[in-house]
Design a protein around this ligand. Sequence first.
Ligand SMILES: Nc1ncnc2c1ncn2[C@@H]1O[C@H](COP(=O)(O)OP(=O)(O)O)[C@@H](O)[C@H]1O
Ligand SMILES: [Mg+2]
Length: 322
Amino acid sequence: MFYLLICLILSIFLNIFSQQDFTGSYRELLGKDFDFTSIKITGTVKKEKANVTFIEDAKGMKFCIKQLNIDRTRTQFGLVREVLASYIAESVVNIHINKVRIIPANIDFPGKILNGIATLHTFVPGSNKSVDYPIKITLQQRLSKKFSIEERGFNQRVILYMSVHRDLPLIVAFDTFASNPDRTCNNLFYDKKTDIFCGIDLELSFKLPFERDLGILAIYHIKKFMKEKIKFSSKEIASLKKYNNTLKKLLEKNSPEKLCRILDIVASYAGFIPKNKNAYNEELDPANDINLVVHHNRSRAATHIGFLPKDIFSVIRQACLA
Ligand SMILES: Nc1ncnc2c1ncn2[C@@H]1O[C@H](COP(=O)(O)OP(=O)(O)O)[C@@H](O)[C@H]1O
Ligand SMILES: [Mg+2]
C-alpha cells in the first residue's frame, strides 16, 4: 500500500515536470541576455498582407516582428496558428522552421508599427531567392482546388525535390502534418555558410477544412504510386524513409488534445478569449466573431491530426520496399 502511494505521488510529479510549458509569450524567445536598451531596426518588408521588421540588439541578436494589416479576427487568428505550428516543429529535433511567439496588442515593442497583435520570429539567415543553391527547390504541397488532384499535395515533384538535401524531407513532413500548403520558394531559406534549409511563414497551417488535408492527399498519392508501380531512385527512397520517420515522431508527440490545449493558451495570451467555447452569435460577422473563430480553428487543428490516416506509415514503408 505504502509503495503504491509512493508510486502514485512519483508519477504525478513526473507528469507535471515532463509537461512542456506553453505560454505563447515573446519572452520565451528573447532569452535573458537580449538587450532592450539598444535595439536597432535594420530593415522592413511590406507585403500585401504582412509587414515584417527586422531588429537587432547590441550583441547582434536578430529577430523579426510580423504584423498582418487586415483587421478581421479570422485573419489575425493566423498569428495564433503560426505559433501553434512553430511549437509543433519544435517537438521533433532537426525540423528547421523559425520559432514564433506572440506579442500581445497592449505590449509596445520596437519594430511593431501597427496597433494590434504581432509575432516575434527568430531570424533566419541566408536567402529565399534561390540564388545560393544550384537548383530551384519547389516543395509546395498545393491544396487549392484550382489545381488537379495530381498537381496537389505530396506528389512526385515534391518527392524528387525533397530528396536533394537532408533537411528537406523533415520540412515536407512537417508541412504534411500541419497541412501547410504555403511552402513556396519565398517561404524556404537556404544558408550557404551552414548548408541549412529553414522554413518560415506558417499562418496557413491547419486552416482549411479537413477534406482538403495534406495527410489525406499524401496517402492518395502513395497508394497510386504503388498501383502504378512507380520506381523511385535510391535517393528518393532514402528521403521517403526520413519523411515517414518524421511524420511518425510528429504524430507521437502531438495529440489532438495537446494541440487544442496549446491553441487555447496561445489564443488567450494573444487576447482572443471566447466567452462560450461552443456558442456563437450568428448575427455577428462570422469572420469577426471570436467564439466562432476560436471554435473553428480548434476543431480544424484537432480533426487534421485526428484524421491523419493511421496506415500512412505502413503504406510509405511498402512503397519504399516496392
Ligand atoms: N524569420 C525570418 N527570417 C528572415 N526573414 C523573414 C523571416 N520572416 C519573414 N521574413 C521575410 O519577410 C517576408 C514576409 O514574411 P512572411 O512570413 O513570408 O509573410 P507573408 O505571409 O506576407 O508571405 C519573407 O518573404 C521574408 O523575406
Ligand atoms: Mg511568405
